[in-house]
Design a protein around this ligand. Sequence first.
Ligand code: SF4
Length: 553
Amino acid sequence: MSNLALPILYEILNRQPDVLAERVYAPWVDMEAIMRRRNIPLFSLESRQALKEFNIIGFSLGYELTYTNVLNILDLAQIPLFSSSRGDSHPLIIAGGSCALNPEPLADFIDLFVIGEGEEIILELLEVFREYRRDKKTLLKQSARLAGIYVPSFYCVDYNKDGSINSILPQIAEAKPKINRRIVTRLPFPVTSPIVPYIEVVHDRGSVEIQRGCTRGCRFCQAGIIYRPVRERPHKDVVTAAGELLKNCGYSEISLLSLSSGDYSDIDKLITRLSQQFYGDNLTFSFPSLRMDSSVIKLLDLLPARRRPTLTFAPEAGSEKLRRIINKGISEETILNTLAFVLDKGWTKIKLYFMIGLPGETLEDIYSIVELMTKIRRLGGKIRLHISVSILVPKPHTPCQWLAQETEEQLLPKYAILKKELSRLKAGFSWADPKTSQLEAALSRGDRRLGQVIHYAWQTGCKFDAWNEYFDYHKWLDAFQQFGLHPSFYANRERALDETLSWSHIDTGVNLEFLQREYHNMWQEKETPDCRYGKCHACGLNDGQAKKCPMAS
Ligand code: SF4
């Protein structure tokens, strides 16, 4: 319910006179047990129709550790898992979302992937569906012609002896050698009558997307690449949408969504306008992500004084050197000044995100996280600090995509330092499990051979892998080994800059030259400033023909 894409597509589809779009989620294990015992096929939430009666089933893939749930959902719906086993009478299985930018690990199960933003292409796909629905082969061929559609069964993957990819080539004329990410030039008007859940959900509030895309250029960040360019929603549309959400859903909190809210033009004026407009409605506004710089000071100053929830910031690294490497352009001085300001304003609960396993990281850099925390403690006040540490997953389509993820053996001593030193500083500490992160890296960087691994893992009981209590690394390891593979081949192997990657045929619009340039800049600790405030870095979104970036001249 917290996925913003679903209500948008749900509304676009249901606005069509001949379409009925409904929701389904993976049932929790207790419900699944009952459904299997009583042979109840999985059904939609709205009308309780069996999934297998629908024409199309679409998955939103936001996290690789839900892949076994995709299989489980299909199985519970009594639909054959492999696309090769499904005929004309079975639903068309489609998938989109950020993970679809490397679709290969799920290639065996999904009939077609939507690459990029779905608002326009979903209607084009529907047109094709209306015409060819009775003949799946033709339907897939015609769909493959559409920009942004990838039909994996039309492509052949050839491997080198060492297991790397030699080529991924289309086998029919309709399939394109490169699949271009779809990008909408204008943001569609926000959904203002979303379904309001009657149980508590994650992010239980209204939301208005104020801006899509971020060009800050953090080198580890996939979202910063795959949602480019920046597109802003006009102030007046944000205000109108907030009013409609309040009227239609009765929310008391509205989240102003963006990858980097402080970068939205005249955000202070927008907040002032919203506060004036909804004065007396008891409506509060929140931001999902705040940078540690002067923009946050401007924003927090405008928020009503009565609420002081936990403030979350992401310095990402303790040392200036590492922050330069990842292009997180904030200095220690800015971090300390920002925190001094928020403490002064009465905020006491602070959560800080760091990442370890960054390129060029040494134990000294780990100690610099501790030093930074010590300085924050010295700022005084009754500050409740929590530090959350994740592990770099070198994601596809980022300048980090060629890096090897650090191994558990490399990471554990770093965790040991942090655990010891942070308890001394009386800071809460949570950390990502190296095995889970390795699997995430393997699945996100994986190739088509992982289909059989995912299938085997699911058969042996893996599901809800993103939930600690269900994650079973040994089952996964066994699944890889069954097929002569190992997660480290995908996660912990450095790639050559000219290697064909399993996502090389997916074109985000950001070109290889830019990513390679950024890779070199990374090792030279060279900053690449945000193109929004300076010169265009020719990332590829403007290739002279398709001017997709409003910011480039
Ligand atoms: S085309 Fe230029 S201005 Fe636009 S996102 Fe890319 S680098 Fe930035």
